[in-house]
Design a protein around this ligand. Structure first.
Ligand code: MG
Length: 162
């Protein structure tokens, strides 16, 4: 019988929306009057994805790998963080099978950008864009996310060790 090792990972993140910052989600610049505030470019989707990958591989979380106190990370693209995380995951023999995700955003309409996000993330993860699901959801005006004060993301990944 063929023996395979499979692991799921869960990631969650939220960042505040402020004026004077670019909005970057899934490595894609989204035209909007506000952007996410954080140490890096504050790409919540990639941060949640990194945490899901690290979780599945039992490697802790993004803050452990990249402490916010590290000045080299100031304004850095989260795509770089994802590349570093994937290197750690691959070193341990894991391959990504699939990604499912939810972006919780009241403000910008994200559906037109989902295809580009998948194209951006797929080669870094070593999978096809069809193996990535990104679902923008409205918080329906409820709570701080509903007041457009921030954007949240949740991600699950499936990893396989052949
Ligand atoms: Mg974050």
């Amino acid at each position: 019988m063929e023996r395979r090792s499979l692991r799921v990972g869960l990631g969650w993140d939220v960042h505040p929306l402020v004026e004077g910052r670019p909005l970057v989600l899934g490595g894609v610049r989204i035209p909007y009057e506000k952007g996410l505030f954080g140490h890096s470019d504050a790409d919540v989707l990639i941060h949640a994805l990194c945490d899901a990958l690290l979780g599945a591989a039992s490697l802790g979380d993004l803050g452990t790998l990249f402490p916010p106190s590290d000045p080299r990370l100031e304004g850095i693209s989260s795509v770089y963080l994802l590349q570093e995380v994937m290197e750690e995951v691959r070193k341990r023999g894991w391959e990504v099978i699939s990604v499912d995700s939810v972006i919780i955003a009241q403000g910008p309409r994200l559906a037109p950008h989902v295809g580009e996000m998948k194209q951006r993330l797929a080669p870094i993860l070593g999978i096809s864009p069809e193996d990535i699901s990104i679902k923008p959801k409205s918080p329906e005006g409820l709570g701080s996310l509903g007041r457009d004060e921030g954007i949240g993301a949740m991600v699950v990944v499936l990893l396989m060790r052949p």
